[in-house]
Write a protein that binds this ligand. Structure first.
Ligand code: 3HC
Length: 311
């Protein structure tokens, strides 16, 4: 049974009226937004590590400049999202602590390694492709600050996907060794990219409530299906093979039938047992510790300036 406040709130949601920071909102709405926006921001920040690994190893100056711009964009996306989460009453330090001590999640995909340059192409093509599929509907999410952050972020994502696809295209149309590398990258990153959309709907604990509150606009399986339907023709155009022998066009569904990811692997990665979980957390913790002197210096300076103003 809803209280009058909850009923009035749901009426606003149903009327597509954006919820703003100062509006009344159910505690559960606030909590799940802090969870989702915080983890979305963590994903942007941790997501810089696999790609950052290749900035100094890019094959040409142009590729280096493009990758540098993309990784810098991701840092900005993280900052927009942390700012959106702060409007809900959590501080950036609290969110950072939750990431560093493992209480908060970040997207499972970033626990897989980028072994060579073809992986950088496949990450842009598949990971940013999946991210776009997930983030475009999120522009219509009911919480104002999150929706506006998404609109800003989506403007930059298409460049991320295009530059990745361009890398894969060059290699798929390159030497036999390059083609082999492009196919190998697709083989290794295909299923982890499908996992980005979350568990299957029957195992999604938040979907029902998140959809009632229009935090989530489409279900996990809907977006996964759209991603497969969009990506298969792109692989075919490159002459690459999707590593799924069950992949088959289903006329009445108007989409592809495909094999689900290994959900055991998915939940294992979420538990911290993916190929790179330890490495990513160690790197983030080290960055936080190494940056302490800068933060302390800036805070001391700000404090002195404040005191001087008061004097
Ligand atoms: N990686 C890590 N955790 C995941 C996950 C994934 N791929 N998919 C689901 N989970 C977690 C959920 O967070 C939840 O755990 P929690 O309660 O501890 O938070 C649990 O698995 C159950 O999943 P649900 O489907 O019930 O959870 P949600 O309703 O939150 O749906 C989601 C998961 C679709 C990822 C949703 O949270 C979402 O849309 N988040 C915003 C988008 C986002 O975070 N994308 C990350 C990749 S995009 C990116 O990194 C930027 C790009 O530039 C690369």
């Amino acid at each position: 049974e809803m209280t009058p406040d909850e009923a009035a709130f749901q009426d606003k949601i149903d009327a597509d009226i954006k919820i703003e920071p100062r509006d009344w909102m159910p505690e559960g709405y606030r909590k799940t937004l802090i969870r989702q926006i915080g983890q979305h921001a963590h994903s942007e920040i941790v997501g810089q590590l696999p790609e950052g690994n290749w900035i100094t190893r890019a094959p040409t100056l142009e590729r280096k400049a493009i990758l540098l711009a993309k990784v810098q964009d991701e840092a900005g996306h993280g900052l927009y999202l942390y700012s959106a989460a702060e409007t809900l009453g959590i501080t950036r330090d609290e969110m950072t602590e939750q990431l560093l001590d493992g209480r908060a999640k970040y997207s499972s995909i970033f626990n897989y390694p980028t072994l060579n340059w073809a992986d950088i192409g496949a990450v842009g093509w598949l990971v940013d492709g999946a991210a776009i599929m997930n983030q475009v509907p999120l522009q219509r999410t009911s919480y104002g600050p999150y929706s506006r952050a998404m609109i800003r972020i989506c403007k930059e994502e298409s460049f991320h996907q295009r530059q990745g696809y361009d890398i894969v295209m060059k290699m798929a149309q390159g030497s036999p060794e390059q083609r082999k590398m492009a196919q190998d990258a697709l083989n290794r990153l295909w299923y982890p990219s499908l996992m980005m959309f979350g568990p299957s709907d029957k195992d999604s604990v938040h979907s029902a409530q998140s959809m009632a509150w229009k935090i989530k606009i489409n279900t996990n399986d809907e977006l996964r299906q759209k991603f497969v339907d969009q990506t298969v023709p792109q692989a075919e155009f490159l002459g690459l093979t999707i590593p799924d022998e069950n992949l088959k066009w289903n006329e009445e569904k108007g989409g592809y039938d495909f094999s689900e990811p290994d959900w055991g692997e998915f939940f294992d990665v979420l538990k911290g047992n993916g190929p790179c979980n330890q490495d990513r957390m160690a790197t983030r913790n080290k960055a936080w510790d190494d940056g302490a002197w800068v933060r302390e210096g800036l805070m001391a300076h700000a404090e002195k300036k404040r005191a001087a103003k008061l004097a």
